[in-house]
Design a protein around this ligand. Structure first.
Ligand code: ADP
Ligand code: ADP
Length: 222
């Protein structure tokens, strides 16, 4: 996954200001920066939800502007804000997602079961999404994002607002997702989160990458 000279202006605000990123396949890449740095905007461009003002972005080899539907097939997204269907059950939320992704019945059902077991939600599959705690909602969002077997998983501030214990459980689930063979791009403003999860960390401020290293590299120079 790669961006070249990526730009996004909102009026006079340069949300993304000429971003050059390279994320190796198979890594967990952490995109670390303060609020307003441009993390969500970058994530939205990479996942085809927002069009850039300029520059280029490739995900799994597909240009997100010129080939959005091809690029989209190979990616999963957990957006920052919860966007489950509150009045559907856990199972129904996944089934709907699978149908929207054109997954055939048998394949869809076996994959739903696999993802519910993976996220430890199988026994709760008949519960309504709106009745779940924040941590369970986030687990369901990961199950949903992985359902169609993406090669790249985008997580926008995956643990914001969670308590320390629930945050640790999410970190475990993210590591386990990575071990299943998915490349992960996650945004965060928690240094600790980047350190414990990521192979490589890019620091973004005012829409530009200001440093990039391994977490260990950052620790040894500071
Ligand atoms: P982060 O995710 O790092 O907090 P964002 O990407 O959300 O940063 O925002 C980067 C900048 O762009 C901020 O100044 C924000 O207010 C602005 N911005 C983001 N989205 C919009 C939008 N839809 N309209 C106008 N300004 C926006
Ligand atoms: P973040 O916490 O990462 O800055 P927000 O919660 O501010 O993200 O953004 C939520 C939604 O509002 C996003 O779609 C974002 O693009 C949009 N947004 C963010 N900042 C602005 C802004 N200044 N004006 C208009 N829309 C914005």
């Amino acid at each position: 996954m790669e961006t070249r000279g990526l730009l996004k202006n909102y009026g006079s605000t340069k949300a993304v200001a000429g971003l050059d990123l390279k994320v190796e396949t198979g890594q967990i890449y952490g995109f670390l920066g303060p609020n307003g740095a441009g993390k969500t905007t970058t994530c939205r461009i990479l996942t085809t939800l927002t069009k850039p003002t300029g520059g280029q972005a490739l995900v799994s080899g597909f240009d997100v502007v010129k080939e959005p539907s091809l690029a989209k097939k190979g990616m999963g997204l957990v957006p920052q804000h919860l966007n489950l269907d509150p009045d559907l059950t856990i199972y129904e939320n996944l089934k709907l997602h699978g149908m929207l992704h054109g997954m055939a019945g048998d394949k869809r059902e076996s994959r739903i079961r696999e993802m519910l077991e993976f996220t430890d939600l199988w026994d709760r599959k008949k519960e309504l999404a709106k009745s779940l705690s924040g941590g369970l909602k986030r687990r369901l969002m990961i199950a949903r994002a992985l359902l169609h077997e993406p090669r790249v998983l985008f997580l926008d501030e995956p643990t914001v607002g969670l308590d320390a214990h629930t945050r640790r459980r999410m970190w475990e689930l993210i590591s386990q997702s990575h071990r299943r063979g998915v490349t992960i791009f996650l945004t965060t403003h928690y240094i600790e989160e980047a350190e414990s999860l990521c192979h490589r960390v890019g620091i973004i401020n005012q829409g530009s990458l200001i440093a990039e290293d391994t977490p260990q590299g950052f620790l040894s120079t500071t």
